[in-house]
Design a protein around this ligand. Sequence first.
Ligand code: PLP
Length: 436
Amino acid sequence: MHPDTYVKSETGHISVGGVLLRDLALRFGTPLYVIDYETVVDRMRQYGQALQGWGTPYYAGKAFCCRAMVELVKQEGLGLDVVSGGELVTALSAGMDPARILFHGNVKTREEIRLGLTAGVGHFVIDSLDELRRINDMAGESEGAAVVLLRLTPGIEAHTHEFIRTGHFDSKFGFAMAEGIATQALEQALALKNIRVEGFHAHIGSQILDDEPFLANAEALMQFSHDCWERLSYWPSIIDLGGGIGVRYSGQDNPPQPGELMNRLAGLVGEWTPPGQTRPRIIMEPGRSIVAEAGFTLYRVEALKKTPGGRTYVSVDGGMGDNIRPALYDASYTCDVDGKAARTPSYAVTVAGRYCESGDILVRDAYVQDPAVDDLLIVWDTGAYGYSMASTYNRVPRPAVVAVHEGQAQVWIEREDWQDVLRLDRPLEKQRDLTI
Ligand SMILES: *Cc1c(COP(=O)(O)O)cnc(C)c1O
C-alpha cells in the first residue's frame, strides 16, 4: 500500500525515505518514479532469511531493472533472473557475478545465447526443444557444457489475470507435464553432450494472493522429479519455484508472507526427497513482491473536467507511457493528493493519463482529496512493471527514477529529454543516395 518509510504530516504533506515528495517533484520534475531504498532492501532480506538453509532468492529483473537496482541485488546477496540480452548487459555492467544469473525467456536469440555463454551465466532456463539444441550446439563451439534448468508447466490455473497466468498447459511457456512432453524433453537433454541439467523450474503466474497455487506447483514439480527418479534415475539438485507472490495494491489484498510460505514449500520439497538423495536446493524468483510497494509515481495535475455523465476526470502529465498496467491488465491503484492528505478522500474522480488513447486511464473511480490544477498526485505501488514497461508512445520522453533513503535522493535513471526523443532518428535520404 505504501513504502515502509511513509510519513504523513499534520498538514497532509507526505514524505518517504525522509524526503518530502513536494521537494522531490520540485527538484526532479514530474512525472517521477520514486523508489524507497529501505523497503526494497527489507523485502530482499525477508526472502534471504526465508530461504536461509533451503536455497536462494533470485530477483526477477523484469519487474524493474537498472544498474543501481542490480547493484542492490548484488549487495544483498540475491541471485538475478534476466530475460533478455539487455537485462544481461545491465547485470554485467553492475558487476553482478554471472554465476548467480539465471537466463530466462521463451526466446533467446543466438546473439543473446552467445552473450550468456561468453559471460558464463550460471543457468539457462530451457523453454523449448529448439532452444535446447541451439544451446547445446553453441556450448559445443565454445567448449564446456551449459548448465540448465528445464521450464515445466504443471497445469495449474492460478487465479490471476489471464495475461499474467503462465502455469496452465496451453501456455506459451515451458514443457507440459502431460502426455510425456516434459519427460521426453528431459531424456533429450540428458542425452546431449554439452548440456548439464541441474533441475526443474515452474512459474505459475503473477500477483497470486494465496499459498495454495504455490504449494500445488511445488507438489507437481516434486511428483515429476520423483517419477524421473524412478524411471530414469535422474534426481534434480535444484527446484526453482518461480515468482508470482502478490502484493497489497489495495486494503483488500492479503498476500502470502515469504517466511511462512517458504517453510511450507521447503517442507514439501523435503518430504518428496527419496531416502539417500539430497534435498534439492530451492530457488524462488520474486519480482513484484520485492519492488512494487517500494515504488510510486508523482504526477502533476494539469486539468480537471466534468462530463455530462457526472464523472470528474483529473488529467495528469503522465499515463500509459510510464505505466501501462491499468490499460494492459485492468490493474488498479490507490492515490493521494499531496498537501491535502490530511483531509478525507471524498472526491470520486478518474485519473486520466496524457496519452492519446481513451484507454489511458491510470486510476478508475478513485476517492481522492479535493484535487486542483498544479497539485501533486501520488499513485502508490508502481515499483514493479511500471518503469520497466515504459514506452515513448506519443514521443513523450520517459520519466526519471529516483531512490530515496535517510533524507537523501539519488537518481537511478535519468529523465529523457527532447534530445533523447530525436537521438535515434535519421533524416530522409534522397532516393539516389540509398544504399542497402
Ligand atoms: C515474471 C516472472 C517472475 C517474477 O514474477 P513476479 O510476479 O514479479 O514475482 C519470476 N519468474 C519468471 C519465470 C517470470 O516470468
